[in-house]
Design a protein around this ligand. Structure first.
Ligand SMILES: [Zn+2]
Length: 184
């Protein structure tokens, strides 16, 4: 099932999320629906708050970026209860977008490598380093779990310049090809 994507401005996108218990109701179905929703919207990642759920879960699919970033290939993954425990490498800039903030792309600087502790959809634990575009996608989605959005990384001036666009988005005045919803 395709879920509507919550637009910027909703409180669920601005608060820290809760850990997911193994018996969370219909978790596998939620993961499946989030994957379908991400693919339909042609996103490379989707975090649970973006479908209105304040829990520590995100899905990724880096395949669309493979041409420019080979390490995106087969980066199809589910992260539950993820925690970034270490950053490393020279920070680099990349023009990011977000399905909750349609049609806005801005350069964000982030560390090149991250070490992540998480469980997969079977609740098997992992402790892994990721780099390149994989680390980039993870850090963007991870921000959603912490109640942050990529525009929070911009300078105050840059944010000020985007303000009227952001107000329009938060009111649902958007033109995009996927289902969105305004939420308080
Ligand atoms: Zn996002």
């Amino acid at each position: 099932m395709i879920l509507p994507i919550t637009l910027y401005g909703a409180s669920v996108l601005q608060k820290k999320t809760e850990e997911v218990a193994p018996d969370y109701p219909d978790l596998q179905l939620l993961i499946e629906n989030m994957r379908a929703t991400m693919e339909k919207a042609e996103g490379v990642g989707l975090a649970a708050p973006q479908v209105g759920k304040p829990i520590r879960l995100f899905v990724v699919n880096g395949n669309a970026l493979t041409e420019k970033y080979p390490e995106g290939k087969d980066f199809v993954h589910t992260f539950i209860n993820a925690h970034i425990v270490e950053h490393a490498g020279t920070p680099w800039r990349y023009s990011e977008g977000c399905l909750s903030i349609p049609k806005i792309h801005e350069e964000v600087e982030r560390p090149a490598r991250v070490r992540v502790q998480y469980v997969d959809e079977n609740f098997a634990p992992h402790d892994e380093w990721f780099e390149g575009i994989r680390a980039r996608i993870i850090q963007h989605e991870y921000d959603h779990l912490e109640g942050k959005n990529f525009i929070d990384h911009l300078s105050p001036i840059r944010r000020q310049l985007l303000k009227s666009k952001l107000v329009r988005i938060s009111k649902g005045v958007v033109d995009c090809d996927y289902n969105v919803k305004v939420q308080k």
